[in-house]
Ligand binder design. Structure first.
Ligand SMILES: NC(=O)c1ccc[n+]([C@@H]2O[C@H](COP(=O)([O-])OP(=O)(O)OC[C@H]3O[C@@H](n4cnc5c(N)ncnc54)[C@H](O)[C@@H]3O)[C@@H](O)[C@H]2O)c1
Length: 352
């Protein structure tokens, strides 16, 4: 009998990793999730996601791979990517076929004050992922990059063929570094790699440091929203299910475009930039309350607009993200109300 594909999803207690781990398990892969459960934002949210995957907080111990109580073929290990030896041991024991690296220190604004955290997870941690993949002959590595690598590029939509060597935040610099580090491994060792440039992903179980989440919290609480660049911002908001579908479709393909290395970059975005004030107007409608706006200047590191060209993605997998913002936000707000009502959490800190 053919062995099931065994996939490592790093960052599985995080927003995108949580949804991806569940979707791949559903698609009959064997899935091992990995996460350090760091406290960049409220860890309750991470434990909540893990509970939905079938891992109880009491069960979770550093370095021990545990089995889900709810889902077949789903496992979790609490581990830090920076622990080179533990990573090597894990790869030796688990014999993964595919690796999806989503674990990283995320957030543009946080990188102004905490660069070390990005060096550690995004550079040292990512180097360990590459080395483990090389040593253990992984068939395919997919990793999270970001639309932030496009920096202040004026030409839109953003294409992967554009120059991306002027990042305007340290976060973006580490994501660009990941792309070139991965390229060298693809070239030197013929490691098949795909880099995925995500564009402002949102949805249920989302990240509390992101605008759509912190705006929802503020509108619900009747507190002011800080609106940067006086609202003159456009973002290509991309719904989580569309991102997960894109990754799931790319997982089984191998990159073949570049003659010098089995390496390919894809934009994963909705290709429909929305004005920030439109985001706020939709949230006001969904929450039935007016927002209090505190207009602020542009923040260092922020870009005024993002807009993905997804022609390559569409050509490769015959699919493109397309959930309209209002439809996706409606699902997010429903989840938000149910979750915050149930948890009776302290207000989540706006960490970036
Ligand atoms: N959400 C977005 O809009 C977006 C946009 C562009 C790129 N990305 C990238 O996508 C990936 C997933 O993002 P997300 O929104 O799910 O973020 P997230 O912060 O919710 O998830 C990342 C997870 O990685 C874990 N992690 C961090 N450092 C680690 C380490 N050294 N070892 C093990 N685990 C570690 C964290 O604990 C966290 O649970 C990240 O690489 C992020 O940079 C996200």
């Amino acid at each position: 009998m053919k062995r099931r594909q065994r996939v490592l999803v790093t960052g599985s207690a995080g927003f995108i990793g949580h949804h991806l781990a569940l979707a791949l398990q559903h698609h009959h892969y064997e899935v091992v999730g990995l996460d350090s459960i760091n406290d960049y934002y409220h860890t309750e949210l991470k434990y909540g996601r893990l509970a939905e995957q079938g891992f109880e907080r009491m069960q979770i111990k550093h370095g021990a791979c545990i089995e889900s109580k709810l889902k077949e073929r789903l496992f979790f290990i609490r581990l830090d990517l920076t622990d080179e030896h533990a990573m090597n041991r894990l790869f030796e024991e688990q014999r993964f076929d595919v690796v999806v690296n989503l674990a990283a220190q995320a957030g543009v604004r946080y990188s102004m004050d905490h660069p070390q955290s990005y060096v550690s997870s995004n550079l040292v941690g990512f180097a360990n992922v590459l080395e483990s993949c090389r040593r253990h002959h992984i068939k395919h590595l997919l990793f999270a990059s970001s639309s932030s690598v496009y920096g202040l590029n004026k030409e839109t939509p953003f294409k992967t063929s554009m120059k991306t060597d002027q990042p305007i935040s340290f976060y973006a610099a580490t994501k660009k570094a990941n792309e070139v580090m991965a390229y060298s491994y693809a070239h030197l060792y013929q490691l098949p790699v795909m880099g995925l440039r995500f564009f402002t992903v949102y949805g249920p179980w989302g990240r509390p440091d992101m605008a759509y989440y912190s705006f929802t919290k503020a509108i619900a609480a009747g507190t002011p929203i800080r609106v940067f660049n006086h609202g003159e911002m456009h973002r290509d908001f991309t719904y989580i299910d569309d991102v997960v579908q894109s990754i799931a479709k790319l997982l089984d393909m191998l990159p073949e475009s570049d003659p010098t290395a089995p390496y390919k970059l894809y934009n994963i975005g909705n290709s429909k930039p929305e004005h920030l004030l439109e985001l706020i107007a939709i949230l006001e409608r969904l929450l039935g309350r007016k927002a209090l706006l505190d207009m602020q200047p542009m923040q260092p590191g922020d870009v005024p607009a993002t807009f993905a060209d997804v022609t390559d993605l569409q050509a490769a997998v015959d699919y493109r993200p397309g959930t309209p913002l209002e439809e996706g936000l409606s699902k997010f707000v429903s989840w938000y109300k149910a979750y915050h009502c149930k948890q009776e959490l302290e207000p989540l800190a706006e960490s970036a």
